[in-house]
Each structure stands twice: as C-alpha cells, then as structure tokens.
Design a protein around this ligand. Structure first.
Ligand SMILES: Cc1cc2nc3c(=O)[nH]c(=O)nc-3n(C[C@H](O)[C@H](O)[C@H](O)COP(=O)(O)OP(=O)(O)OC[C@H]3O[C@@H](n4cnc5c(N)ncnc54)[C@H](O)[C@@H]3O)c2cc1C
Length: 431
C-alpha cells in the first residue's frame, strides 16, 4: 500500500498532522496502536503556562525568546518563535474548522476550573467548561455543584469546598437518576462515558430535568461532571435550556468525555478529508534504504508493507510506549532514535514530588527541522511530533497540547512544502 505520508500514532499530534496533510491534498494513513493521551486529558489545551524557572506565563507567544534562553532544546525553541506564532494561530483555525468548539486565544492564557475546584491556566477550553480571564473574577452567583449518587469519578463536595475557599458561593448536591440504576450496580462500569450513553438519549431528558431542577432551584449556575454530550454538545445545551440557567461541565477522572469528544471530532475531520485511519494497528518495524525510510510493517498487515515518501513519528511518550524506560536505560522502541541527553540514573527524578521531574523532558532528539536522527545522522524523510519529542516538561511548563499541535502542524507544513517543490521541479524539467 502506498501513500504520500504515513503517520505513526493517532493522538493529538498525529491527527492534526494528518488533517493538515489531507487538507492540502496529500494521501495519508495514520497507524494508531491504542488509546491516546486525549482519552485521559481535561479536554483543555495548554500552550505555555510556566517557564522552566517557574515564572508564570500570561501571554505565551511573547515569552518564546525567554523560553529559548532557558530551554534551547524545547520544540518551540527549535521551531523558532515566528513559526510557533504562525502555527498556534493555524492550530486554532484548524480545530475550529474541524468543528471543535473551544474558547480562549493564543494571545493570552485563561483559567479553567479543575475537577478539584482549583483554577488552572490554559490556552483553549471546551465551551462548556467554566473559565475566567486571568485578571477577572467569576461572577456566577450561587453555584450548585451537582454530583451523581454512586459516581465516584467526581466529588462535588470537594469542588464546592474549594470554590468557597476561592470566595465563591457554592453548595454540593446529589441527583439519583433511576435511569442509571442498572449502571450503578456495577461500580467498574459506572464511568463518565457509560453515564453519557444514558444521559444523551433524548427520551431520558424529561427524567433528568424533573430530578435536577428542584435540587438547583436556588442556584444561579450549575456545575456538573462531564458525563453528558459524548458525540456533541447538544444534550448538554438542551439540559441547560430546560433548567433555565447556565450549566457548566467539569472534567472527571478518566476516561474523559471532553478529551474523547475532541479526539472523535478530529478523527471525523481526518476521515472526511479522505484520510485512512488504521486503529488498533501498530507499526512493528521500519525499513530503511540509506538515510531514508522506505516502508513500515504493521502488526495487522503482516507482510504487506506501507510505503510512503514521508513518515511522521507521533507515538507519544512513556504513557503510550512511544518511549520505553528500563531501570537503567530509556529508548525509543521503533527505530532506536537518538534521544536528548539523558544524564546518570540517579538524576532522573527529583525527590520533591511536585517539582519538575527531569524524566518528563526525556524524548527524541531532532535537528532544527524536527527530523529524527539515528547515531547522529538525520533521517531525511522522518519528522517527529508530539509527546515523543524531548526537551520539554508538559506538566510543569503547561505546554503538552501546544507542543503536539504545533509540532504536528510544523511537520505537515514541511512535508507539503517539499511536495510542492518537487512538483515545481518536475514541471520545470517537463518544459
Ligand atoms: C494522562 C495525560 C493527561 C494529559 N492531559 C493534558 C491536558 O489536559 N492538557 C494538555 O494540554 N496536555 C495534556 N497532556 C499532555 C499530552 O501529552 C498532550 O496533550 C498530547 O495529547 C499528546 O499527544 P501525542 O499525539 O503527542 O501523543 P499520544 O496522545 O500519547 O498519542 C500517541 C499514540 O501513538 C500510539 N502508538 C504508540 N506506539 C505506536 C506504534 N508503534 N504504532 C502505532 N501507534 C503507536 C499510541 O497508542 C497513541 O495512540 C496529558 C498527558 C497525559 C499522559
């Protein structure tokens, strides 16, 4: 099978890359082994919230030069501030075009409310998540934080207590909803996604409204766990309309409805544009000819190899086996690519639990065009994107999704440009 581009990994980085490639008229297949970080994420996307020295960042794109001083191997530093600025805007436009409904802007971070009721800075948030500008206060009046009896992945009392500490007026309450009784019998099945499958059915709306309305009658605003609106925001908007007051969703423990909805929306866009997704398949080996990759082999395709002119590695970090750590060794399992400097074993972790952990910045080392290297030699047709890249700490720097989106788009842009150049050259030769 032959494509213009084969992307290894179908998380945020692989998908945004595939969307841009197919939008530009290239044929693209994404091979993706399993779930990705979006299934576990808040659904909000971080661009840059802190510098490595711990300073808070309000306007991410204005701090890129400072970031480069402190973290020269950060993917943003390699890509360069002008290009990162351009791609952050392209990322927003691409997400919007795909039908992802997000609020926020590359111009300034905002706060979102976390599942614990804290405020956390981010770049883009789902419309349904409660947010506030960096220098504004939340004017939501009396907040009813609604839990669901027996649902353990969201604790309304904890959220209400934290909102109270922040100076807001919040009270926890619980709804029973008999329609969830069958699910409630099996606690391991009583998760956000399964709850949403029931709450999203139009025939269950009346029962929901009947039970919830009296509980929140004295509130001005309602917060509830994100377990409604798996395929679209429609059921949540309908519930809000029928309750007659603003309704916001807070992320739950994984699986995360908001993250999964984002993933599904991007996947639909990729497929709509003619992209080929191979879910549940895994790249098992990579065949080189000189300094180029010729093809890859996958678990489900046996001897049939996938050939392409360009390849993108977007297999994620340790969480999804894009990187593997043994006691004394870290490696990239598919091609044994060069990694960023990894110091002696005793320095991999910081004893301070909440401090930046050095291992978080482990990852693939690339040249300044994000091309992977093997034993110091650049692989000419391999771009690397997303969490598998080294040089940044997504957690303490608050830049996980931003790195995935921007590096994914960067790779796609480079590939599109190379195809355009080839075409122009061929046309010149033909004349
Ligand atoms: C639990 C968790 C929660 C997070 N929450 C947030 C958040 O709320 N906001 C935020 O900004 N950032 C968050 N992040 C940071 C996150 O890393 C990025 O946001 C981003 O989603 C990573 O995307 P990715 O595509 O680079 O990698 P991943 O999402 O890890 O996707 C990699 C994909 O590649 C597949 N794969 C691996 N090996 C192979 C192979 N050999 N062949 C084929 N496929 C393969 C994997 O199965 C996986 O599907 C979170 C990270 C984690 C781990």
């Amino acid at each position: 099978m032959k494509y213009d581009v084969v992307v290894m990994g179908g998380g945020l980085a692989g998908l945004i890359c595939g969307i841009h490639l197919t939008q530009s008229g290239l044929s693209c297949a994404i091979v993706s082994a399993g779930q990705n970080a979006l299934h576990f994420s808040s659904g909000s996307l971080d661009l840059l919230t802190h510098l490595p020295d711990g300073r808070m960042v309000e306007k991410p794109l204005s701090m890129l030069d400072e970031l480069k001083q402190q973290a020269p191997n950060h993917p943003y530093s390699l890509i360069g501030s002008a290009k990162v600025t351009e791609l952050a805007q392209l990322a927003q436009a691409t997400l919007q075009q795909a039908g992802v409904n997000l609020k926020g802007s590359w111009e300034e971070n905002h706060y979102r409310v976390t599942p614990l009721g804290h405020k956390r800075m981010t770049w883009l948030s789902p419309e349904s998540v409660p947010t506030v500008g960096l220098h504004q206060s939340m004017n939501l009046g009396k907040i009813a934080v609604l839990g669901i009896e027996g649902f353990l992945d969201f604790q309304p009392q904890m959220v209400a207590d934290e909102l109270d500490r922040e100076g807001l007026e919040a009270e926890a309450c619980y709804v029973h909803l008999p329609l969830l009784d069958r699910l409630r019998e099996n606690p391991s099945e009583f998760r956000a996604i399964n709850v949403a499958r029931w709450l999203d059915r139009p025939e269950n709306m009346a029962q929901m409204v009947e039970e919830i309305a009296p509980l929140v009658a004295n509130a001005d605003t309602v917060f509830m766990p994100a377990c409604i609106g798996l395929d679209s925001e429609e059921p949540m908007l309908e519930l809000q309309k029928q309750l007659g007051k603003p309704l916001f969703l807070l992320p739950t423990l994984p699986p995360s409805l908001l993250g999964i909805r984002l993933h599904e929306t991007l996947l639909r866009q990729f497929r709509r544009q003619g992209g080929v997704m191979m879910p549940g398949d895994k790249v098992t080996s990579v065949n080189f000819v000189g300094s180029r990759i010729e093809s890859v082999q996958t678990r489900n395709h046996g001897n049939i190899s996938l050939k392409a002119k360009h390849f993108v590695l977007a297999t994620g970090s340790f969480f999804n086996n894009g990187l593997v750590a043994k006691f004394d060794r870290v490696y990239e399992p598919l091609m044994n690519l060069d990694l960023c400097d990894i110091a002696e074993r005793s320095t991999w972790t910081n004893k301070e639990f909440f401090a930046s952990q050095p291992y978080m910045a482990f990852g693939v080392q690339t040249d300044h065009t994000l091309r992977g290297k093997k034993q110091g030699d650049t692989i000419e047709n391999l771009y690397v994107a997303g969490a598998v890249l080294g040089g940044f700490d997504p957690l303490t720097q608050g830049c996980g999704a931003g790195v995935s989106l921007i590096s994914g788009l960067y790779a796609a842009n480079e590939i599109v440009n190379e195809f355009a150049q080839d075409k122009a050259m061929q046309a010149e030769v033909a004349q």
